[in-house]
Design a protein around this ligand. Structure first.
Ligand code: 3PY
Length: 346
């Protein structure tokens, strides 16, 4: 029997060498490194890598240079390809439905960065309650008057998050971990909105209250946290900002396009919201200048998931997915479109 081919996209493995050896023992590994879209398309059309059965992308910063995985790319994949295992939690750049129509499982790696993203969310939540962005900007300005003003005035509007409510949009793996941390560390009241209600055991573990309707939760939360995948629509637009509790806060660690930034700016300018914490941005990698000028907005450069531990986990989980799929169990661990692959088979 011939040895199956695996296409490794992007950087070399950095951490999990023993597991990579297993991959090398089971597959012929072809490499694309960091190809632009035109070259990648040409390579697929000319079958540069043969009839590969799997694609593996271990690092979130490389191996994505070909751009979005849409019909143009997916239709060029060999019929032999069955699985794409990639670094990263979000998969807004890949048409997982189109992959499913070609019988290809897409496996993300949310589990590998859950801890990092949840920690970053806690950092942003804390910042929005305690005015830490204002404090940090004042210190970094090297301006004595700004330092003195921050030192004198911050306490008047800073709050301990303890006892306040955190309204989580999307209680998936990451949302739940944030709930656990906020509940345990700050005794925050956990509210959540999701398309599915979680099992009682999960709700009880963080004393969570379920809201079937997002609009209702928005009116009750002291801080709204966005932790849901981007599926093409905003979840908080101008009408939703109006429904948010007066004096509340917004934190987004999911995707920038889930939030209307003009409406966010308006809500901050008119004081309806008192603070925001954003790891992600609508026009990434560009940051909105109005938000950047606000002391009550804590901004990050989409690094909530960026840690050595996430990188190690991304590498490992991708390989486990591929080895699992082609192994005796015949099952990928984290296929996000498994239901669509099944449907397409019918
Ligand atoms: O892994 C991802 O998709 C992230 O954006 C983590 O921050």
């Amino acid at each position: 029997m011939s040895i199956p081919i695996l296409l490794h996209l992007g950087d070399d493995i950095k951490w999990n060498h023993a597991l990579y050896k297993q991959l090398q023992e089971n597959f012929i590994i072809e490499r694309s490194y960091s190809m632009n879209r035109a070259d990648f398309i040409h390579a697929l059309k000319t079958k540069k890598w043969g009839d590969f059965v799997a694609m593996y992308r271990p690092f979130w910063n490389t191996g994505g240079e070909m751009g979005n995985w849409d019909d143009e790319l997916i239709s060029l994949l060999p019929k032999s390809c069955k699985i794409y295992a990639s670094a990263g939690a979000g998969f807004d750049w890949v048409d997982t439905k189109r992959l499913a129509e070609s019988g290809i499982f897409y496996c993300n790696a949310a589990a590998a960065c859950t801890e990092s993203v949840a920690d970053a969310a806690i950092y942003l939540i804390l910042s929005t309650f305690r005015n830490f962005s204002w404090s940090s900007l004042a210190a970094r300005s090297l301006s004595v008057p700004r330092f003195v003003a921050a030192n004198r005035n911050i306490a008047a509007t800073a709050h301990n998050p303890n006892g306040f409510s955190l309204g989580i949009i999307g209680l998936g793996k990451i949302g739940y971990r944030i709930a656990q941390k906020a509940h345990l560390a700050f005794e925050m009241k956990i509210l959540y909105n999701d398309i599915r209600r979680m099992p009682k055991k999960i709700e009880e573990s963080v004393d969570a209250t379920y809201y079937g309707k997002l609009d209702e939760m928005l009116g009750d939360a002291d801080c709204v946290l966005v932790a849901t995948p981007f599926a093409g629509d905003k979840v908080i637009d101008a009408p939703q900002f109006k429904l948010m509790k007066r004096g509340s806060r917004l934190v987004n660690i999911a995707r920038g396009k889930l939030i209307d930034e003009d409406a966010l700016v308006a809500a901050l300018e008119n004081g309806h919201l008192v603070a925001a914490g954003l790891d992600v941005h609508y026009h990434e990698p560009k940051v909105d200048e109005r938000l950047a000028s606000m002391e009550n907005v804590h901004l990050m450069s989409h690094t909530a998931g960026a840690s050595v531990e996430s990188h190690m986990g991304f590498e490992r989980l991708g390989m486990q997915n591929i080895l699992g799929y082609f192994g005796p169990e015949g099952r990928a661990l984290t296929a996000v479109n498994a239901h669509l692959v099944e449907k397409a088979r019918l």
